[in-house]
Design a protein around this ligand. Sequence first.
Ligand code: NAP
Length: 492
Amino acid sequence: MTSSIYIDGKWRPAIDGATREIRSPADGTLVATVSDGKIADALAAISSARTSFDSGLFSSWSWKERSVLLTKIALLLERDIEIIANLESGDTGKRIIESKYDVADVSATFRHFAKLALDHHDRVLDSGLPNVTSKVTYEPIGVCSLIGPWNYPLLQISWKVAPALAAGCSFILKPSELTPSTAIHLIKLIEEAGAPAGVANLVTGSGAAFGDTLTTDPRVDFVSFTGGLPTGKRIIIKAAETVKRVALELGGKNPNIIFADADLDVAIDFAVTAAFLHSGQVCSAGTRLIVERPIHDQVVQEIVRRAKQIRLGGPADLTAETGPLISENHLKKVEEYLAKGISEGAKLLVGGTRCTTEKLSTGWYFPPTVLDDCNTSMYCVQEESFGPILTVEVFDTIDEAIKLGNDTIYGLSGAVWSRDQTKCERVSKELRHGTVWVNDYGPYKPQAEWGGFKASGNGRELGEHGLQEYLEIKHIWVNNSPTRSGWFADKN
Ligand code: NAP
């Protein structure tokens, strides 16, 4: 779709006419050609969103009307699940079934915010004075720049688009340059559901070309970003000049702690999934296995055995269990990361070399990889690879397990495995991560907040807080029978 920029209710090409090819990371085939937006397109989208917001047309809809809009979008997502799953798998190379799970989660996100909007009300306070009414109201924050990553393209932007619409904001959506197809489809559904022109705007193209425009323009009130730490830091700095609100969902280096008294069969099975699902391209991937010393050998041997069995392939391969990395650039970064880990003393147990078999040679495949003998001074333990690389550390005491789990600049998620409830409670309380799983790994709910401590970001998406980020709070004090205050004497 070479007219994939959507501004003020109209699809259009990039102002300079440029286009960009989207190729499947699974086999290099052309899956889409989209408009390659630049600064001029971003400025036009911001103008549209600002005009729309300032007109009050959408922000004055009642919470109930906006809730109905969100429910309609959820229904349309469910109607188009096959189409959307194919688009998502085309761009990302992930299995169709995984894309379908994602679409279901996206629809659940819209339903969650529809319900929150329906239940939303102002807070009436006791003013303590008979002639005064006092209430706290919630208003849309204004124009939002919504910027998403490539790993869960539609899911991550839905955590922004749904609350923005629920709150009555107007927005400019910027999906990753690598994975724009489902964002384009989502905008079509928002249009079909009846959002007024100018509320939802979309610019496809590269962050390097116009990302700064979205985060510096004074007409933007709020930036919600999901992506890597370096881009997140840049956005904070850029947005500071105009004191924009900023919400950041960044990376993670997530500890998965297994005690010797855990149900090892289950813990090992989940450890494999936590590390290698979507080939490790998951912000909450359990990439740091922290295992109690007496069970180290048993756990690691079993994980290696299981890792060797994982079948890689693209969306067309129905036997595949996980897909490719997103791009050649990313594959090279994962290779460099691994080489650094090995040079620092980590022991490679399985994987480690890009896949070159005939079946996989046209895509960007990297096999499940395990590095043993790791410690927290190593780059591979501290930094996110965003690939299928699991590092292994050992501990002897619960204090040490907690210390290791917190010895990271990140704080997105973590897990603890043990049959001892007291131990689990202590670890889950003391881990400084935004989500902690006990005897489980990975589930989340739209009703629960998601986000990171420390360098994993600020703010929270989903839950109730995920709506509050899109709201300004105002206290309105009404004196129904004003009289003079008499504070200063009137001497005349
Ligand atoms: P990224 O390189 O930081 O890019 C994220 C988005 O920012 C993309 O749309 C990118 O556009 C855009 N961008 C690039 N430069 C920009 C600029 N100067 N201003 C504004 N936007 C700019 O991250 P990624 O590689 O797509 O995603 C992987 C990262 O996301 C990982 O670190 C992962 O942990 C994190 N993530 C976190 C969560 C969470 O919930 N905490 C969820 C998913 C992913 P282009 O693509 O066009 O360059």
